[in-house]
Design a protein around this ligand. Sequence first.
Ligand code: DC
Length: 225
Amino acid sequence: MSTEDVPVIAIDGPSASGKGTVAQRVAEKLDFHYLDSGALYRLVALIAIRSRVNLANEMRLANIARDLNIKFLGQEIRLENENVTDLIRAEICGTTASKIAAYPQVRNALLDRQRAFCLYPGLVADGRDMCSVVFPNATFKIFLTASIESRVQRRYKQLIEKGINVRISDILRNILDRDACDMDRSVSPLLRDAGSGLLDTTLLTVTEVIDEVIKRYTEISTKNI
Ligand code: DC
């Protein structure tokens, strides 16, 4: 089977839309591989922060992206054999990732690495440009949205559960800043691709979103047989 025949479910959406959890659980249910593309940008960000790289140095950041020595072992993410799964979730990695993701050379350096996840029996990929750039021929493309209020509430709950004390107003400012940064960049901005379905998850539970994504994917993939 060539990679062109491997089914791909591409899921895009803004920060805190729940796409990561949904994509991961859909992949588990279908026994597909999973690509968390945001993690790649976060890994580049982590190295840049640790090495005090000037964030204006696009070429240096692209070289870091090209040379990433990483392993995805189930839910665990290893950088040079160090478990950085939780570290890259820090807010500073998210905001730095968003900044460096605006560089075309960084995005290009990560392209083949992302496409290499496309393996039999299938792939669920989530990010900002999965539908438009990385997997334009995906079997099924969907854009998840939710109201800003529910995205803030979800992020708040997530952080409180992890024992991290935060103010709602800080989360709101952070999500709005990240949306602006991800949507306003000139290369691969966060947008709903013309071929993507839309799912507003504001009033849905995670289970309902997962079921809906699988239902829509199944309808499309059985139609294509
Ligand atoms: O999904 P996330 O929060 O882990 O992503 C972190 C940042 O990485 C996000 O703000 C923008 C960038 N990103 C991107 O530009 N393209 C992707 N496909 C995934 C993430």
